[in-house]
Ligand binder design. Structure first.
Ligand SMILES: [Zn+2]
Length: 150
């Protein structure tokens, strides 16, 4: 049995171990024309050359995807919020307390039964409640005002 170096008419496709392309023999017609090569043909057959260049392109894209890129949309850590200052009392409530104090002051200028009657009136009692509420840090408002404020 002869093992002489017979010319088979086939050309070696070198394949690419890196991309899992096995080397093999193929007819020269299967090779792309590549003038830079000594014999003017590529070193891989056309399907394998295409597979090789595709694999190269994918590898390049994968490499690019792995590169850490600064993300402009990355949320910056927000500084901790400063505790909110207590809300200032609503102007209408302040006015109500002022009016109540004025009412009480006016009542205290009265004398005798007029003072007693005034103190016992709903109006002054309401004013006293308002003042007491304001002093306790709670502005007392009647139902009408609550619904108006709310
Ligand atoms: Zn091939």
């Amino acid at each position: 049995m002869s093992t002489k170096n017979a010319t088979t008419g086939l050309r070696r496709c070198i394949g690419s171990a890196k991309f899992g392309i096995e080397a093999h023999e193929a007819p020269p017609a299967d090779f792309p024309v590549q003038p830079s090569q000594k014999d003017g043909l590529g070193r891989m057959c056309k399907p394998h050359w295409n597979a090789y260049t595709n694999a190269l392109r994918k590898a390049a894209l994968a490499r690019k995807a792995e590169e850490p890129e600064p993300d402009p949309t990355e949320p910056t850590t927000k500084p901790a919020k400063a505790p909110k200052p207590l809300p200032a009392p609503a102007p209408e409530k302040v006015a109500k307390v002022r009016a109540a104090k004025a009412k009480l002051a006016a009542t205290e200028t009265l004398g005798g039964s007029a003072y007693t009657d005034a103190i016992g009136s709903d109006e002054v009692q309401a004013a006293l409640e308002v003042i007491a509420g304001a002093d306790a840090g709670v502005v007392v408002v009647d139902d009408d005002e609550v619904s108006a404020v709310a």
